[in-house]
Design a protein around this ligand. Sequence first.
Ligand code: 13P
Ligand code: 13P
Ligand code: MG
Ligand code: MG
Length: 375
Amino acid sequence: MAVGEKITVSVIKADIGGWPGHSSVHPALMEKAKEILAAAKEEGILTDFYVTHCGDDLQLVMTHKKGVDSSEIHGLAWKAFEEGTKVAKELGLYGAGQDLLKDAFSGNIRGMGPGIAEMEITLRKSEPIVTFHMDKTEPGAFNLPIFRMFADPFNTAGLVIDPNMHMGFRFEVWDILEHKRVFLSTPEELYDLLALIGAKSRYVIKRVFPKEGHKIDKNEPVAVISTEKLYQIAGEYVGKDDPVAIVRAQSGLPALGEVLEPFAFPHLVSGWMRGSHNGPIMPVPLRHSNPTRFDGPPRVVALGWQINSEGKLIGPVDLFDDPAFEWARQKALEIADYMRRHGPFEPHRLPLEDMEYTTLPHVLEKLKDRFKSVE
Ligand code: 13P
Ligand code: 13P
Ligand code: MG
Ligand code: MG
């Protein structure tokens, strides 16, 4: 393995049991996952790995040479989640096996419950990446920050002043209801892009690519976001699809600080209590990623890595463990308070079509004879 060779980074996550409620992951689950991934590394299946959690979601960060959508790698993650679920059941953890929606693995973990972000990349001389891990929200929560990193000149100075990125980027946007996708280039299609991704519960940024003329091949992603929609898979509410993302940085891409800058603004996202409320996303260090207040507010953790020439993960650096994000955390708490005071009213509570829980059909049924027409 060397610079110029291909390596795949896979972040695969699942909620296989909360400790307690929906707040955290018990260390025994992480130990079990480490044991399974360590054996796979020993066998040469994985190049490197790191096991962590964000809130109640178990997170597997892996490098390997098997490419994206590898049944071997997906099968390995599935095994870690299945074995972890056994431990979660023994410990009586909450919602043990929550995200494992199918009984048997059949070659690809997509559509089976866990969230996946993976990219195959040609290793640069130096390869800085950031993995983002969110809890209590949905993939559309990444629309605003990813847009800012790769298309907003007020966020990313490099778009204006770095000749290597002045040409802009290309966005792959998924319509997650219709299962369609479209590619849009910035800056020329900036307003069309925003027209879509502002509707973040429907149109989500899946990947970002460099354009023709960039140092990196135009078919190689520079950012990827998980877009699993658990409720579409299960046909019923089984937990928000707490998303993950991988972003490459530096050298013709947003600098590390440009990748993190969007999170200085704790924007509103959907999720929080019962997956049915809007609230601010709070950038936190790993040790503060356990949502408590009203099962929130939603959290985001950023882990920084250098991938070395052997494909090893040199890290993580817990990037939001920094007083520079203290103000964003304070602001998030202030917004959390403000939103909470709306109680069951919109726009704190989500609009009817986006709620994961509702009693409305029962209420309407009960009241149906008492509804009289208004003249
Ligand atoms: P593709 O189907 O475009 O390969 O996306 C894979 C994926 O990661 C789904 O979340
Ligand atoms: P998770 O999606 O993180 O399991 O949270 C579910 C929930 O209902 C929180 O109130
Ligand atoms: Mg949970
Ligand atoms: Mg969760």
